[in-house]
Design a protein around this ligand. Structure first.
Ligand SMILES: NC(=O)c1ccc[n+]([C@@H]2O[C@H](COP(=O)([O-])OP(=O)(O)OC[C@H]3O[C@@H](n4cnc5c(N)ncnc54)[C@H](O)[C@@H]3O)[C@@H](O)[C@H]2O)c1
Length: 330
């Protein structure tokens, strides 16, 4: 279980710290008294946004650099207690159009980060944000950690490599590492510019801008969603529990639902707007995984994490944030 006190005065490095999850994590850690450094490249069109850290901008160190820069990373890992390794190329579509950039960031750079840890700070703990995408199309549901890994896109392959580098460095060099396989995560500060990253983001933007939500296909695909605060709880729990070293955990939610019902819930909570079904773009259909929901009983039973925020509440908080801050996210 989470011991909030243990983060006080801890030195923490977050790669991808200006992105959606990284910035929310930074805000929480500042509240807990940590000394937080954020590294982010702010590559245009990715999820990084300086507005994300507006509430803590004077309380964190921000280093605008690229995790592919081994010289930066060698310097940045030094003296840190925990590394939350969240930087990533996160668009599945982009990984198919430009596979080499995805390879560089999600695989090659991960190896460089771990090499920097091995040589310059082997005592830090690493938490790596992986993805349920590595499973590919589920062969059974709910998907547990033992499910075969057969990614349907280049991003899934490279994230899988990123995971395995962490596990090997844990086992061979004792760089204590834990992998969390995230499912659809949402909340304030997520990227809502377009559908490159997640459909939920553009749905929220369309709703607020008075445009219909577009659901690809029949909308019957089932998904599970985690509110960002729950994802952060999981990251904090594994970061301080030695039993998580070398382990892989799914996250997930109990209130799974299909996409049409998710769109309907958003419309209801927003008190307006509409959704429509449109045909699946060919390039997206080719990498769609169909129904997915994850079995998160391993982390629940061993480390005591379970999601606390139901969709209704999480969607409400997310809408409230973007209604107020929409001009910073277009
Ligand atoms: N949000 C989700 O639903 C979800 C699901 C599965 C996995 N994940 C993983 O969680 C992590 C965080 O995701 P997020 O939703 O916060 O995405 P995000 O795009 O909002 O954040 C990623 C951040 O990484 C930064 N970044 C990208 N390449 C970089 C580089 N080369 N050097 C330095 N910074 C770089 C981006 O600028 C961005 O700020 C990612 O690794 C992603 O694969 C997220």
């Amino acid at each position: 279980m989470l011991d909030s006190l243990s983060f006080n005065n801890k030195k923490i490095l977050i790669t991808g710290g200006l992105g959606f999850i990284g910035s929310n994590l930074a805000i929480r850690l500042v509240e807990l008294g940590s000394q937080v450094t954020l590294v982010d490249s702010l590559i245009p069109k990715y999820g990084g946004n300086l507005w994300n850290i507006e509430p803590i901008k004077d309380k964190v160190r921000v280093n605008i650099s690229d995790v592919r820069d081994i010289h930066s990373m060698r310097y940045l890992v030094q003296g840190q207690d925990i590394l939350f390794n969240l930087a990533g190329q996160t668009s599945h579509i982009d990984s198919m159009e430009d596979p080499y950039t995805d390879l560089e960031i999600n695989a090659h750079a991960q190896l460089s980060i771990l090499e920097a840890c091995r040589h310059y700070n082997p005592d830090l703990k690493v938490v790596f944000a992986s993805t349920r995408q590595i499973y590919g199309r589920p062969e059974y549901l709910p998907v547990n950690e033992a499910h075969p890994q057969k990614p349907v896109d280049v991003n899934g392959i490279n994230k899988m490599a990123g995971e395995h580098y962490h596990l090997v460095y844990n086992d061979v060099y004792n760089i204590r590492s834990c992998i969390l396989r995230l499912t659809n995560s949402y909340g304030p500060r997520m990227r809502i510019v377009d559908a490159r990253q997640t459909f939920l983001g553009i749905w929220i933007r369309n709703l607020i801008e008075g445009k219909p939500i577009k659901i690809f296909g029949d909308g019957n695909q089932i998904r599970d969603f985690n509110y960002v605060d729950d994802v952060i709880d999981a990251m904090l729990v594994v970061s301080q529990d030695e039993r998580s070293n070398g382990k892989v955990y799914n996250l997930g939610a109990s209130d799974k639902l299909n996409l049409t019902d998710a769109a309907q819930l958003l419309v209801t909570l927003y008190n307006g707007g509409e959704y429509e079904h449109v045909s699946f773009p060919k390039d997206r259909k080719a990498i769609d995984i169909g129904d997915y929901w994850g079995d998160y009983s391993l982390i629940e039973n061993t480390l005591g994490w379970s999601p606390k925020t139901l969709l209704q509440e999480g969607f409400r908080k997310t809408l409230d944030y973007f209604i107020e801050n929409i001009e910073h996210y277009r």
